[in-house]
Write a protein that binds this ligand. Structure first.
Ligand code: SF4
Length: 408
């Protein structure tokens, strides 16, 4: 039987020095989307999508701006018709005149080749769904797809995709090959089943066409509404790309995740699991809520995994019978006073018994010392004991004395 090492005998410093906990991201090529880069060594990019009808120019410009101002780096719009595609020229112009240029990705759907060609002139990236781009109505009498039938449709896809690929290639723009588990083409369903393999083959067919035309500004997604399906599809896609020597970045998302707490947990279960394996270069959390609500969730996932630091990292114990103050209230006060100090790690711990040891190398600590008193820490060093009523104020003074304070 395997015996566990006695951790109390391990030299903690030596252990930390050899244990690198940073996530090693899968190596991908950088893909340019306007002034944002996806993949390579660039930070994981945050995306969302507006709900406005793009024919509503004022509404769309305002929605794109709202999202961009709170940190959405690429904004998606939908272009269901030629009129929607054309109006993107005005939306772009208006954004630049009244705000600034924002990288836009346009979603085209059923038989969207002409629409895609038009919108590719106005925005930075086109998203196509391989299951819908050349849409063949499913035939309920069909029992199989012969190889020649399969290839015939493949040729048709190639012919309709070619002008879009050439347009994007020649303009230095990008394409997302966005496979959805719920909308696989019939011939893929017959050949590979309703499986992650079918999703991967669908993407590979489109990648093959792009590569044959020397176009590689590609981002791939494998979304599904069920987390285990989505996980399997992305993992298989990453493996197949590795085997084939492909290095396209991956766009992660769980579709139709719903709303509220469960929608956030479901999205996080899918997205964070892959990111922690090093898979994923851009993310979208799809909530059935205002798109602005998606951005904080994206950033929280990235911050929790140490992939981006956009806010203060708070470490706080759950409190227990040893807690010497109202932890929830104090954490709230500390957060309100320091939440603008992006980059710092601040711990709020209920007692000195376990608190100092469990502060996870925070930059500053606020720890219950004796009833009515707390201790302030800089790293692992106890700096001073102060009455609880002055705790937050003294914490601020300590940060100020260290030159790490900025006014909110
Ligand atoms: S740090 Fe102290 S108060 Fe907080 S949970 Fe641990 S033992 Fe309890």
């Amino acid at each position: 039987m395997q015996t566990l090492p006695n951790l109390t005998t391990v030299d903690k410093t030596a252990n930390q020095a050899t244990f690198d906990t940073t996530i090693k991201r899968r190596k991908t090529r950088p893909v340019k989307v306007g002034n944002v880069m996806i993949g390579g060594n660039y930070p994981v990019v945050v995306q969302s999508m507006i709900n406005e009808d793009t024919l509503d120019i004022d509404g769309s410009v305002a929605a794109i701006r709202r999202l961009h101002e709170i940190g959405c780096e690429i904004v998606r719009v939908t272009v269901p018709s030629m009129a929607h595609a054309k109006v993107m020229a005005d939306i772009k112009k208006r954004l630049i005149q009244t705000y600034q240029d924002v990288p836009i990705v346009a979603d085209v759907h059923h038989n969207g080749m002409k629409i895609a060609l038009e919108v590719a002139k106005h925005i930075e990236k086109v998203r196509i769904n391989p299951g819908l781009y050349v849409f063949e109505k499913p035939n309920s009498n069909r029992s199989e797809y012969t190889k020649s039938e399969f290839e015939e449709i493949g040729d048709k896809i190639r012919e309709t995709l070619k002008p879009l690929v050439i347009s994007l290639r020649d303009q230095g723009k990008a394409m997302r090959i966005g496979v959805n588990h719920g909308s696989l083409a019939e011939r893929m369903l017959f050949t590979y089943g309703d499986t992650p393999e079918g999703m991967v083959e669908s993407a590979l067919e489109f990648i093959g066409i792009c590569e044959s035309l020397d176009f590689r500004n590609l981002v791939i997604s494998m979304k599904a509404s069920r987390v285990p399906v989505m996980l399997a599809a992305y993992r298989l896609m990453a493996k197949r790309m590795d085997d084939l020597g492909m290095d396209y970045p991956l766009h992660l998302g769980v579709t139709e995740a719903g709303d509220g707490e469960y929608g956030r947990i479901k999205s996080t279960a899918g997205i964070a699991t892959l990111l922690s394996d090093g898979i994923g270069d851009t993310i979208r959390v799809s909530l059935t809520e205002a798109p602005e609500k998606e951005i904080p969730v994206c950033y929280s996932i990235l911050q929790a995994l140490g992939l981006r630091k956009t806010m203060v990292e708070y470490v706080a114990c759950p409190s227990c019978g040893r807690t010497l103050f109202n932890l929830e209230e104090v954490l709230h006060q500390v957060r309100e006073a320091t939440k603008h100090l992006t980059g710092l790690d601040i711990a709020v711990m209920g007692c000195i018994v376990n608190g100092p040891g469990e502060m996870a190398d925070a930059d500053y600590g606020y720890v219950g010392k004796t009833p009515g008193y707390i201790s302030l820490y800089r790293g692992r060093e106890e700096i001073k004991k102060v009455p609880e009523a002055q705790g937050v104020e003294e914490l601020i003074n300590l940060i100020k004395a260290d030159g790490r304070w900025v006014e909110p």
